[in-house]
Write a protein that binds this ligand. Structure first.
Ligand SMILES: *Cc1c(COP(=O)(O)O)cnc(C)c1O
Length: 458
């Protein structure tokens, strides 16, 4: 028997390269101060490794770029639309497929149709744009996380699951009429990129059936979620990921998708709706603000790139590499003594900043202190997910102070990731000297994008 090799490699070769501009610690110090200690205000060309988000930051394949050239830019009925529609039909089983410019456009259309004053939209955890669109319609967005999800060290395999008992109780206490639909985000981005089990999705479906409620999925990372189901859920390891993904979609009445994640493109989104009447109303709104139904605010080349990207993301070698390389970063951080949200998620590793910097109170933003240290040490751009993002006057303080290292798809190699781990190890050694911050300037909403800070003297 030949030996079976166990090293998981990047399952692609590099044909086009983009230079990274290296910076010195002194340059980074000046850049960080100039940006008010907020990485959103740093120019991308001043970043060595950019882990701000995995949204729209992936690399496209040679086949996607070929599609870009082949694309049909006709206004109506373009060949590229039919390729896109048929790819989505094949993967999801939904007959009605609308292209949108990104996930939030799908959400805006959906909640303009089904939302409204006095209504309640439950979810395992709403993504921030989903919540904003639900609330913009006048409805209330409610998260029903598992209790395990608020404990970073708890290794529950499906921490993204919805609390089914809490869903039942919510519907019982408010009455069915106040619920336009039930939503579930796969994987759960706000909770550490944690997956939702098939068992949990089936249970949500059963609750919806009992109360005659539609069930919609926020399916941005459907392929990563399906791969986690294959790896972690009893009885699923023999099934192709594509088949598991199909079962996830079969359980739903609709889905909103940002193709900037598992669609493997730089821009694009999808809205899937089973009900023909609701679909027709969505078409009317799409035409009003996005574009005609066969392009939805995108170019034909974007539709080609999506058609190909949604196929490529279901490649099991790609998914094995994707989940393994994220887990690898988690292992390296753990080995340095850094506490992370366990178990590692699909698209990102989340550092538990509260445990790294117990000397910095939530009001002085421990996550932002870690974000600044990562930039100083290695030019690494990460994202605070804690009191900067969710705190402020009149808001419930977030349960965790996290720093997200989001991994763009097919962009960085293992040596880039080793560099990130080494820099994080250095931040860990300096942890006692990290300083808290205070906000000197911030807008009233979504302050994390543009707030400016100053460091508090030790
Ligand atoms: C990114 C994202 C969205 C919104 O998509 P955009 O393309 O950024 O508008 C919605 N839900 C989840 C879970 C996401 O990750």
């Amino acid at each position: 028997m030949p030996a079976l090799l166990t090293t998981i490699i990047e399952p692609f070769r590099i044909k086009v390269v983009e230079p990274i501009r290296m910076t010195t610690p002194a340059q980074r110090e000046a850049i960080l101060c100039g940006a008010g200690f907020n990485p959103f205000l740093i120019a991308a060309s001043d970043v060595v490794i950019d882990l701000l988000t995995d949204s729209g930051t992936g690399a496209m394949s040679s086949e996607q770029w070929a599609g870009v050239m082949r694309a049909d830019e006709s206004y109506a009925g373009a060949t590229s639309f039919f390729r896109f529609r048929d790819a989505l039909r094949g993967i999801t089983g939904f007959e009605h497929v609308l292209p949108t410019h990104q996930g939030r456009a799908s959400e805006r259309i959906l909640f303009e149709l089904v939302g409204g004053e006095g209504l309640i939209v439950p979810s395992n955890a709403h993504f921030d744009t989903t919540r904003a669109n639900v609330e913009h319609s006048g409805a209330q967005a409610i998260d029903l996380r598992l209790p395990e999800a608020s404990d970073p060290s708890n290794p529950h395999p499906f921490k993204g699951n919805m609390d089914i008992a809490a869903l039942e109780a919510l519907i019982a206490s408010h009455g069915r009429a106040r619920f336009p639909l039930v939503m579930c985000t796969v994987t759960n981005n706000s909770g550490g990129g944690q997956p939702v089990s098939l068992e949990n999705l089936r249970a949500i479906r059963a609750v919806c059936d009992r109360h005659n409620l539609p069930f919609f999925i926020d399916a941005c990372r459907f392929a990563e979620n399906a791969c986690f189901i294959k790896k972690r859920e009893p009885g699923q390891s023999h099934r192709p990921v594509r088949e598991i993904a199909r079962e996830m979609f079969d359980l739903a009445d609709g889905a909103t998708i940002s193709a900037k994640k598992d669609g493997m493109v730089n821009i694009g989104g999808v809205l899937l709706i089973r009900d023909a009447a609701l679909f027709r109303r969505a078409c009317n709104l799409l035409i009003l603000t996005e574009g005609y139904v066969t392009y939805g605010g995108l170019a034909g080349r974007d539709l080609e790139a999506m058609a190909q990207g949604f196929e490529e993301v279901l490649d099991e070698d790609y998914l094995a590499y994707r989940l393994r390389s994220t887990e690898y970063l988690g292992e390296r951080l753990r080995a340095h003594g850094i506490a992370i949200v366990e178990p590692p998620g699909g698209h990102a590793i989340y550092i538990d900043a509260r445990s790294l910097c117990p000397h910095i109170p939530a009001a002085q933003f421990p996550g932002q202190a870690v974000v600044c240290a990562l930039y100083r040490v290695g030019g690494i751009r990460a994202c605070e997910i804690g009191s900067v993002m969710f705190g402020g006057e009149g808001r419930t303080p977030p349960p965790m102070e996290l720093v997200r290292l989001a991994i763009p798809r097919r962009v960085y190699t293992q040596s880039h990731i080793d560099y990130v781990a080494e820099a994080a190890g250095e931040v860990f050694r300096q942890r006692h000297s990290l300083r808290g911050l205070r906000i000197v300037e911030a807008p009233p909403v979504l302050r994390h994008f543009s707030a400016r800070f100053e460091e508090i003297e030790a």
